[in-house]
Each structure stands twice: as C-alpha cells, then as structure tokens.
Design a protein around this ligand. Structure first.
Ligand SMILES: *Cc1c(COP(=O)(O)O)cnc(C)c1O
Length: 355
C-alpha cells in the first residue's frame, strides 16, 4: 500500500533526492568509492559544498555580506551558539513554545534576556501580538514555525532591532527578507535534508563582536573562515541537502514552495473546519502551513484512537499529535504532495461517514 508520510521530523523528502543520495552512497561520481568513504577534502567534495552554498544564496536571495555554513549539533546547539556569538549585553526572545523556551534557557547563560511576550498561558495556541521590542537589545530571537504547536510567523516582523530566527521547520518554504536577520538557523531534518546537518546563515559584520572567549568549534567565525571545513563536516547529509536544494530550484524555487504550502494547507484546514468530528487547535490567523494540528471535537473524544488506526490502515504515517498537544498533526513540508493531503482528507470524510 502507498504510504503518505506526515512525520514531523525527520520527515518526508522528495523520492528523487533520496534516490540520488543513495546512488552517491554506492558510487560517488563514478569514482568507485562511496560518498561515505572519501575525504571531505577530496577535490570532488568541495564542489558539493560550494554548490549547496550557492543554491541557498540564490534561492533565498541573500544580500551581500552573509555567509552560509553547514554544522553538526542540530538546531539545539544553535540555541547556545547564537548567544555565545551575538549576545553582547541583552537579547529579546519571543516565547512561542518548546523550542523557543529551550533557546531562552541557553541565552540566559550569556546575558540578560527579555521575554517580550509569551503564549504559554494558552498552551501556545497563538502567536503573541501587540508587544513592543526593546530597542536596546542585541537581537530579537523568533521561532518562525512552531513545529509542536502548529503556529507560524510567516512573514518578517517589523521590529527596531535585527532578528535571529530558528527556521528549522519552515526554511525554504517561502521567500524571506534575509536582510532583517543577523542569523537564521535550521536543523536539516524537517524541511531540508536527512538528519545530521544544520544550516546557518550569518551576517559577517556581526561576527567577532561578543565580549568573551568563544571555544573554537562554537565560534561561527571559525566555520565561516574555513567554509564549513574546519573539521570533518557531515558529508552525506550535506550531499542530501544539495540534492534537495537542486530539487527546490527545479520545481520553481521558494515562491513555488510557498504556493504549494498554501494549497496543501487550505485543503486540509478546510476539511478540519468542515468535518463535524474535528477541530483545529490554533487561532486561525496563526495557523502553520507546515505542521497542521487538529483534535477530535469533545463529543467525539473517544474516537481519537479509532481514527488513528483507521488512517494508519490507509497508509497515513506520522499523524499522531505531539504529546503536549494531543490529537493529530499532519506535517506538510516542501516534499508533501497535494495528493497526500487529499488522501488524508478522504480518510477524514470516510471516517465521518462511518460515525
Ligand atoms: C526540531 C526542532 C528543533 C530541534 O532540532 P534538533 O536538530 O533536533 O536539535 C529546534 N527548533 C525547531 C523549530 C524544531 O522544529
């Protein structure tokens, strides 16, 4: 039976990206050696990093003065690297959920942290509005897409300071005005590649300003100066990212990804709103296009497990909601097809008809 992958992360990738990466794992560029067996300094590998960097710059239309690096450690390591490198005295953070809270915890190790607003009191079902950002902070940190709760800030905020963004689960799903950010980071395993690499975009002129000694490996400058080759980078995940960047370009770039994201989300949210069994968990204006969360309406609460079983039998994978929200979460990253979303909607309709 055909499987429809709605996993939140690691998550769906285009089939051709997986196949092309697998081929190179068996025989890299016809060398007779696996991608896993060659030196990251081999003359064949440098072009992989160079092309991946060039494609990120092209797809996101990076202004001059920004560098793109590939690191290990996941987005979670960036929670500490960001303040290590950019927090001089004080930073502002918008608390929109689990990942934001983790970022705040690390930042407090390095200086004063102002939490500009939080939606914790409602279990993060909306993006706080109407707050003001202090002007005397080094940066404002935002999580543009809240993978667990299904809220998203799908535009650049209008604030008087540079922003730093965790874009782990929505990077390359829309055009971004990078000039508003000093740093953008994303663990690859949601919307970019297989797990194991983190992409970081940094504004060069902001490097080397923090009033502290930074361990070599945690200093962005190290990796910028060495073009992600200071130490052995995650070679296979970087290759996988390259294949996916090529796929995004072939398929119309981030504008096309944005259009598709709207198309998929419109179909699924329309069914959630129409179907008497279900309701969305998030304030409508803040609904994520990437992670679509919904629960059973109260009077049908006992049907949660039966619906999960019903959908699973029909090939839906990974739709169980995160434990902090419950219910269901359908992750619709770039590689998710409209057909996949329609298959889930059909499940919801058929289940409703049977009850
Ligand atoms: C998954 C996720 C993280 C954590 O990523 P790791 O690479 O596992 O450290 C951080 N932020 C967001 C928004 C995420 O979705």
């Amino acid at each position: 039976m055909k499987k429809y992958n709605f996993n939140a992360g690691p998550s769906i990738l285009p089939r051709e990206v997986i196949e092309n990466t697998a081929k190179q794992c068996l025989d890299f560029n016809g060398s007779g050696l696996s991608l896993m067996e060659i030196s990251h300094r081999a003359k064949d590998f440098q072009p992989v990093v160079d092309e991946a960097v060039a494609l990120v710059k092209e797809l996101l239309q990076l202004p001059a003065g920004y560098s793109v690096i590939f690191l290990g450690g996941g987005a979670s390591l960036e929670f500490c690297m960001v303040p290590y490198n950019f927090l001089i005295k004080k930073a502002a953070y918008l608390n929109t959920g689990t990942w934001a809270k983790k970022a705040i915890k690390e930042a407090k190790l390095f200086g004063e942290v102002v939490e500009v607003a939080s939606s914790a009191e409602s279990n993060y079902t909306y993006i706080p509005k109407g707050w003001t950002c202090p002007t005397d902070v080094d940066y404002l940190h935002v999580t543009t897409n809240n993978t667990i709760y299904g809220t998203e800030i799908r535009r650049e905020l209008d604030v008087p300071v540079p922003m730093v963004a965790d874009m782990s689960s929505d990077i390359l799903s829309r055009p971004v005005d990078v000039s508003k950010y000093d740093c953008i980071y994303a663990g690859a395993q949601k919307n970019l590649a297989m797990a194991g690499v983190t992409i970081v975009i940094v504004k060069d002129e902001k490097l080397g300003k923090a009033p502290r000694q930074i361990p070599t490996m945690l200093n962005y400058q190290t990796h910028v100066e060495k073009g992600s080759m200071f130490n052995t980078p995650p070679v296979v995940p970087i290759y996988c990212a390259l294949e996916n960047l090529r796929w995004i370009k072939r398929n119309g770039g981030v504008e096309a990804m944005d259009k598709l994201a709207h198309e998929r989300a419109d179909i699924l949210y329309a069914e959630i709103d129409r179907n008497k069994l279900f309701r969305g968990t998030v304030k409508e204006e803040d609904r994520s296009l990437m992670n679509i969360c919904f629960v059973m309406n109260d009077e049908y609460a006992e049907l949660e497990k039966p619906f999960l079983d019903f959908a699973t039998e029909r090939g839906m994978v990974g739709i169980k909601g995160h434990r902090s929200v419950g219910g269901f979460r359908a992750s619709c990253y770039n590689a998710q097809t409209v057909e996949g979303v329609q298959a889930l909607v059909q499940c919801m309709k058929d289940f409703e008809a049977a009850h």
